[in-house]
Structure formats: structure tokens, C-alpha cells
Ligand binder design. Structure first.
Ligand SMILES: Nc1ncnc2c1ncn2[C@@H]1O[C@H](COP(=O)(O)OP(=O)(O)O)[C@@H](O)[C@H]1O
Ligand SMILES: [Mg+2]
Length: 213
């Protein structure tokens, strides 16, 4: 498999007037966002913006709500996202192809979602969405999976994934010890949940494709 094979496969998901949605799942730090960004950039290289990028990250609950629920220390776990809202937005993206549909973004320094941050224009024929729990299959996450034409699983060697994830937390403001503790604690529990979904993916994308660089 090469990166060009992925591009061909992604183009093949679009047929007729229908808008398609491709999901990319994987553990924290596995490279989902980087892969999605690269796919979208390469597919849109011809000019028209026919591919849009809508991360699951925009459906993080706000810190104030996590505090109310007593889940602030579990941030990133399945129960700290608005999964039903995400499924509903994916449904709207499939149905509402005549006007711009807005998706929420996620601000990494604030670590908070921001409504109305991502416009999906009528020209978008393919939406690439990515996040940890696309293959979880429990509760509202099953409704998320039902809105996806295919789900790819982003795979990365565990040591390298942890190294990159610690580096990313440091880049966005955590001290080294805090970053290590978070990655080996909260993030690792989430990573184990995600890894269990690998077998349900339509395609496993090996890190050796190195789409990001
Ligand atoms: N091929 C690569 N080589 C080195 N670092 C990478 C590569 N791909 C991604 N990264 C870095 O690893 C970190 C995690 O990647 P990211 O795409 O954010 O993962 P995810 O969205 O799955 O959490 C980011 O800081 C990113 O810049
Ligand atoms: Mg990401």
C-alpha cells in the first residue's frame, strides 16, 4: 500500500450527487489529524474544495460541563464527548448539501471546543472526519459509525506514539512530568479502548506510509 493508493481509495468513496463521509480512527497521537490534513490537502490540490476536514475533537464537552459532571480528570475519555451531537452533525453533513454546514473546532491551547469554527461548503463531496472513538460501537458511538461510509485505522508503534504524544502535550503548554503522567494515565486508558476497535476497521493504515511529512 502507498499513499497514492489511499488517495485512489478515497476518491472511490464518492459517487453520484451523494456526499460521502470517511472516518479515520486511532489512538491519541497515532497521527489521525496529520493523515486527514494530508489527505484533504492532496485531494483538493486540483483546485475546487471538494473535500472537507471535520475533526471529532470539536465535540469535546466544555471544561465547565466536565467540572459539573466531575469528569475533568478524564478529559478525552468516551464520556467526555458529545457523541450524539457528533452523530447528528454527521447526519446533517450527509443530508444538507445545498448550504454551508458549520462544525465546531477545538482549540489546543485552551483545550476547549469552539462552535461555528469549520464551514463545510456545498462543494464538499467528501468529508474526512477523524477521532479516537469512531469504532467504539457502544452507546451513541454506534450512531456515529452508522454515518460513516468507511473507517480507516491509523496505526503507529506504541513507543513512538507515546513519544509523539508527550511532545505534543509539551508543545501546547504542559510541563514534562505533567505530560508524561497524562499520557501514561488518562490517555493510555483511552488508547487501550481505541486499540480494541482496530479489527472493525475497513482498512489499517500503517505508519510507514508517513503521510504527514
Ligand atoms: N510522520 C510523523 N513523524 C513525526 N511526527 C509526526 C508524524 N505524524 C504526526 N506527527 C506528530 O505526532 C503528533 C501526533 O499526531 P496527530 O496527527 O496530532 O495525532 P492524532 O490526531 O492521532 O492525535 C503531532 O504532534 C504530529 O505533529
Ligand atoms: Mg488529532
Amino acid at each position: 500500500m502507498t499513499f497514492d493508493d489511499l488517495l485512489i481509495h478515497a476518491r472511490g468513496l464518492v459517487a453520484g450527487r451523494r456526499r460521502s463521509v470517511l472516518g479515520i480512527a486511532g489512538s491519541p497521537g497515532a497521527g489521525k489529524t496529520t493523515l486527514a490534513q494530508t489527505l484533504v490537502r492532496e485531494l483538493n490540490a486540483s483546485g475546487e474544495r471538494w473535500v472537507a476536514h471535520v475533526p471529532m475533537d470539536g465535540f469535546h464537552l466544555a471544561d465547565a460541563e466536565l467540572d459539573r459532571l466531575g469528569l475533568r480528570e478524564r478529559k478525552g475519555a468516551p464520556g467526555t464527548f458529545d457523541a450524539a451531537g457528533y452523530a447528528a452533525l454527521l447526519g446533517r453533513l450527509r443530508e444538507e448539501v445545498d448550504g454551508t454546514v458549520y462544525a465546531p473546532g477545538f482549540e489546543r491551547v485552551l483545550e476547549q471546543p469552539i462552535a461555528g469554527a469549520i464551514p463545510v461548503p456545498p462543494t464538499a463531496r467528501l468529508v474526512v472526519t477523524e477521532g479516537n472513538y469512531l469504532l467504539l460501537g457502544t452507546g451513541a458511538w454506534a450512531r456515529v459509525r452508522a454515518q460513516l461510509d468507511e473507517v480507516w485505522f491509523c496505526e503507529l508503534d506504541e513507543d513512538e506514539r507515546i513519544r509523539r504524544l508527550i511532545a505534543r502535550h509539551e508543545e501546547f503548554g504542559k510541563g514534562h512530568d505533567e505530560a508524561v503522567a497524562w499520557v501514561l494515565g488518562t490517555d493510555q486508558r483511552n488508547a487501550d479502548l481505541v486499540a480494541a476497535g482496530r479489527d472493525r476497521a475497513d482498512l489499517v493504515v500503517p505508519a510507514s506510509l508517513d503521510a504527514g511529512v
